[in-house]
Design a binder for this molecule. Structure first.
Ligand SMILES: Cc1cc2nc3c(=O)[nH]c(=O)nc-3n(C[C@H](O)[C@H](O)[C@H](O)COP(=O)(O)OP(=O)(O)OC[C@H]3O[C@@H](n4cnc5c(N)ncnc54)[C@H](O)[C@@H]3O)c2cc1C
Length: 360
């Protein structure tokens, strides 16, 4: 019988350190344990909330009246295929440990994703990305269990519906599958490709990057530079850094059509905004940094409201300053309302905001 814990505070299992008690908390280390946990929830007629590292979730202060299932499957297998490595990683491995391991082995493809907290199983959910790289570029397969039927399914990359911070697992099929493993395809001994100007600038100012050997040395330099950049922005979890008590970026960067971008420009000019609007080309349009919109709407770094605030080092990170989920969500609502009012743009939250009710 799998151990079932009761009334476990979720604040201890989330990076933003918020959330009341889970009625039941089950840590699953094997696939049969996942089936057992689902059967238990079904018997009790309770909702299941899957949890990885809790770095992209806001649980309610009231807690969660169902079963919180932590997917803690471990294991890494490698296979060489046509000169490239296919590495199948179980969902409960820590993402950043896996990145570090791939880099020491000289495997290229996820080095810019260093320092992102959480587990491997969550990486396809929002197609994690940073510094010009996304996991969708290297994922070749996602293995999952369908919750309703208990059947195992394998999705090829093209079936995952990956887009900017999106996938089928976050949209149409939210809460339908439990991801058990992810397979990444990586280059052996490849030279890292740096696409992000801020990263390029810092790496070139700290090491003689072009003369570093390919493989582990060059990849390692990318990793340490990314980690340094992330630390400056409090975007690595550091128990000593109060600005890292967050879920990372709270809002996604809006991608605007040409028409929407023209309307934004008109509003910006009306406000006699100084300087150009920062904008980056994206496959579906013009990506405008949400951090810029937040700041221009009057929410500066270091802003505080009750027990929540904005990180002193990143305008997009809402932090818990000894408050509650209600405080965090109230500040998020204020920010969205002001950005809507000022710019006519609807910011979309990036983390999963878990409702309190038990809907079964
Ligand atoms: C300081 C900080 C920096 C961050 N920086 C970045 C960044 O640069 N880029 C980025 O993309 N994200 C970033 N994030 C967000 C977050 O780390 C990622 O989204 C991460 O992949 C979440 O992993 P997790 O295991 O913590 O997921 P959780 O928060 O536990 O879960 C997130 C969602 O995934 C679901 N889920 C988790 N595991 C499984 C599974 N095995 N099967 C099915 N569903 C599952 C959950 O149900 C939930 O819906 C950051 C967060 C923090 C706190």
């Amino acid at each position: 019988m799998i151990p079932i814990q009761e009334n476990i505070p979720l604040a201890g299992h989330t990076t933003i350190r918020l959330g009341g008690p889970a009625r039941y908390f089950i840590h699953c280390s094997t696939v049969p344990e996942i089936h057992e946990a689902i059967a238990f929830a079904r018997e009790q007629r309770l909702r299941v909330q899957v949890l990885g590292g809790g770095s992209n979730m806001v649980f309610p202060d009231e807690g969660f009246p169902g079963v919180v299932m932590r997917v803690g499957l471990r294991g890494i297998d490698e296979q060489e295929k046509d000169g490239r490595m296919h590495v199948r990683v179980a969902a409960g491995e820590l993402w950043d440990d896996v990145v570090a391991l791939f880099i020491t082995r000289g495997l290229r493809g996820i080095e810019c994703l260093s320092g992102i907290p959480g587990y491997v199983g969550a990486t396809p959910i929002q197609n994690v990305g940073a510094y010009g790289q996304e996991v969708a570029e290297t994922i070749v397969a996602v293995e999952a269990l369908e919750r309703e039927t208990g059947e195992s399914v394998t999705f090829a990359n093209s079936e995952c519906g990956f887009a900017y911070r999106q996938s089928r697992f976050k949209q149409d099929d939210a809460d339908r599958y439990i991801i058990t493993s992810v397979t990444y395809e990586l280059d052996t001994g490849g030279r890292p490709e740096i696409r992000y100007p801020e990263l390029q600038k810092l790496i070139e100012s700290t090491v003689d990057f072009n003369n570093l050997p390919s493989g582990a040395p060059a990849l390692g330099a990318v990793r340490s530079t990314v980690l340094a950049l992330r630390r400056r922005k409090s975007m690595v979890i550091d128990p000593e850094d109060p600005n890292s008590v967050s879920v990372g970026s709270f809002f996604m960067n809006p991608v605007l059509s040409e028409e929407e971008f023209r309307r934004l420009q008109a509003r910006w000019e009306e406000r006699r905004g100084a300087g150009p609007i920062p904008v980056f080309p994206a496959p579906q349009g013009n990506k405008v940094p949400a951090a810029w919109l937040v700041e221009q709407a009057g929410f500066q770094k270091g802003f505080r409201k009750g027990g929540a605030g904005i990180s002193a080092n990143h305008a997009l990170a809402i932090i818990n300053c000894g408050g509650t989920s209600t405080d965090v969500l109230s500040l998020a609502r204020d920010i969205r309302a002001r950005v809507r009012e000022e710019f006519g743009i609807e910011l979309v939250p990036e983390p999963v905001i878990v409702p309190a009710w038990n809907d079964r």
